[in-house]
Structures are given as C-alpha cells and as structure tokens.
Design a binder for this molecule. Structure first.
Ligand code: PLP
Ligand code: COI
Length: 355
C-alpha cells in the first residue's frame, strides 16, 4: 500500500511530565486516514497533521453507529526501539467487527503497515517512563452522506495515537467492581463480540451510576438469564477458584480479548490448570463465602492486568484476597508487561518491531 505523508509544519511539544499522562487525553502530531467506496475500494492512504475531521451532518456513523475500533499499544524498549504487541490479532478482530456491521474490511497487512508507518513517524511520542506507552486507536466509520438506512457505500479508516499512562488512577492496585443487575451490555446474536461503539454506548449508564457510587467499573452478566459472568467495561474477567483459573468462555456476547488470549496461552504453556466455561455469579459468591475464591482480575490492553479487590452485588460487598494484589496477578502482570516492554524474552513471538 502506498501511503502519502504530509508532515505537520507545527509539531506540538511532547508532554514534559510523563507521570501525569492519564489515558487517551494527549494526541500526537499526525494521523492516518484512508477512504473506501464501493467503486474504488480502499484508496488515498495518507498521513496528515493531526486535526479535526470534517463530516457531513448526515454521516452514517453519527446516526446509526456504524463504527468499529481497535486498541493496541506501542512500547519503548530499554534500547530505545519501539514495538507493538500482536497487531495482526487487532487486524483480524477489526475485520470480524466490520463484517458483523456489514462494513468494509481492511487487508491485514495494510492495517499493520498503516500503524507501523504512523507510529514510526511519531516515534518520539512513545513515552519513556516505566508503565507508559503509546495507545493506538484505529477506527472505521461509515461515511455515507444520507440519513436513509441502506447498504453502506462509503467509509473511512483512521488511526490516532495517544501517549498514555495507567488506565485506572489506581495503577495496578485492586479495583472495586459493581455487578450490574439492571442494564444489559450485549446478547448472543448481537454485537457483543465486536469492538463497536454501540456496545460502549449501551454500557454508559450503568458505568456512570457505578462511578457515582465509587466503583471503578461494572461487571456485566449475561443478557438472557442474568446469571452468568460476562466481562467488565474494558476488561475480560478471570478468577482463581480453589487452585484453578477460570474465565468466561467466548460465547458471542463478550469481546475476545487479545490480553485474555495471551494470558491463556501463557498459563497453558506453563502447565497451569485453566478452564474457559460458563461461570455463574452464584458460583463466584459461594467460592468467596467459603474461602475458595483466591483471586480475581480483569485483563485488557488499556487496563493490562488489574486485580479486583471488591465485588459489590445488590448492595453487599465481597472482599477478594483481603483487597490485596495476589500472586497470580503479580506473576501475570510481570510476564505480560515483561514481553510488551521487551524486558523478558519474547518466547511466543508476540512482539512486532516498528521499523
Ligand atoms: N472487553 C472489553 C469490553 C474491552 O473493551 C476490552 C478492551 O479492549 C477488553 C475486553 C480487552 O480486550 P483486549 O485485551 O484485546 O484489549
Ligand atoms: C482497550 O483496552 O484498548 C480499550 O479499547 C478499552 C477502552 C474502552 C478504553
């Protein structure tokens, strides 16, 4: 793919204090854009100065939520070079999301090339401090200029970059999660397994109420029986119950997380007992009450590995591992971040140098 590059004549100063980056608030000097239409397919791949998009008010994405996105990170290694983590997994997932929403898919190599070229150009924005990274947000939106509901005829793919610190203000400290019993995020047959904006819109009200009550995020239950654990707002969930690590199976309504997949591969390679299956909330509560729930954590690109110290269910609070970081979370955090930041050998071939 040929990418035209228009350099930003007015680059912004890089954040001087990397300890207060927060998540997703600062953006780099450039962005990648490519257009699609039915006649030409994907065309006009370009990197341009970061700035506002100009959209017709009838743009499909603004009315019918034809929008899918991805999230991955670029990490700075000790030798100064930069690498991403399993970017082809994100390429496959954005295409699965796009297919579900009847939106155009992107050749995997073009997706990765676009990220590599953009990150290379803005390489100086990849932060250096421990625990920081450059968050990469690829997005496809439907761009037909019509409020009629019909087959999509045009789309735009863009990528923006954001130097970021830890997703939760708590860092790796245990978070408080509220089990949501009213709203539902997704159902099988819907879009739960995709990374589409609509899923996050459906989650917004419960998330806001939980935040008001002092919780970090909500834990979703299945949308039919409201009995089985699904996932948290931006993380897949895992539990260690009686020595065994269990995580909800990919049932069509939860996101197939790349961190989840990596952790399962890592645990299995190291001989841990791991199960992907349905897990009821009752099972988790019972295990907590009889002392068998050893640890609980969420995992995701933004959140990395995040211990859950407290679960609230219908006004009752359950403490997990005394609200402390457990040994499995410690081990997984070190293993995953070790590979991501190039501090540990990449024994699974997961890293992708940005050259
Ligand atoms: N579940 C949801 C709803 C998410 O938004 C995310 C974050 O992307 C995850 C799980 C974790 O997925 P991944 O590990 O691919 O970032
Ligand atoms: C990610 O972890 O990459 C995400 O997309 C989560 C997002 C809701 C911030």
């Amino acid at each position: 793919m040929e990418i035209r590059i228009e350099r930003n004549p007015n680059p912004s100063p890089k954040p001087a204090d990397e300890s207060h980056l927060g998540f997703g608030k600062v953006f780099t000097d450039h962005m990648f854009i490519m257009d699609w239409d039915r006649d030409k397919g994907w065309h006009d791949a370009r990197i341009v100065p970061f700035g506002n998009l100009s959209l017709h008010p009838g743009t499909t994405a603004l009315h019918y939520a034809l929008e899918v996105f991805e999230g991955l990170k670029a990490y700075r290694k000790a030798d100064g070079s930069v690498q991403t983590f399993r970017p082809y997994e994100n390429a496959r997932r954005i295409n699965n999301s796009a297919a579900r929403l009847a939106m155009p898919q992107i050749p995997e190599d073009d997706f990765v090339q676009a990220i590599d070229t953009l990150v290379k150009l803005d390489e100086d924005w990849v932060p250096h401090s421990e625990g920081t990274s450059l968050y990469i947000r690829p997005v496809i939106i439907g761009t037909d200029k019509s409020v009629g509901l019909h087959t999509l005829n045009s789309a735009m793919f863009f990528i923006i970059l954001s130097p970021s610190g830890s997703y939760y203000p708590q860092g790796i400290n245990p978070v408080k999660i509220m089990v949501e019993t009213e709203d539902v995020r997704a159902v099988r047959g819907g879009t739960g397994f995709t990374k589409c904006g609509g899923n996050y819109a459906a989650s917004q009200r419960a998330g806001e109420l939980a935040e008001e009550k002092g919780f970090t995020q909500v834990l979703w239950l299945d949308g039919v029986e409201r009995k089985y654990i699904e996932e948290v707002g931006s993380m897949n969930m895992m539990f260690k119950i009686d020595g065994k690590i269990v995580t909800p199976e990919l049932n069509g309504s939860i996101l197939p997380g790349i961190t989840r997949k990596s952790i399962l591969e890592l645990l299995r390679a190291d001989g841990y007992d791991v199960e992907e299956r349905r897990i009821s909330l009752d099972e988790v509560i019972e295990a907590c009450e009889n002392g068998k729930l050893e640890e609980a954590w969420g995992c995701g690109t933004a959140a990395v590995v995040s211990p859950v110290g407290w679960l609230e269910v219908g006004g009752k609070e359950y403490e997990i591992n005394k609200g402390e970081i457990g040994p499995t979370v410690h081990m997984l955090y070190d293993e995953i971040t070790g590979i991501q930041w190039g501090k540990a050998p990449d024994r699974f071939g997961w890293t992708h140098p940005v050259k």
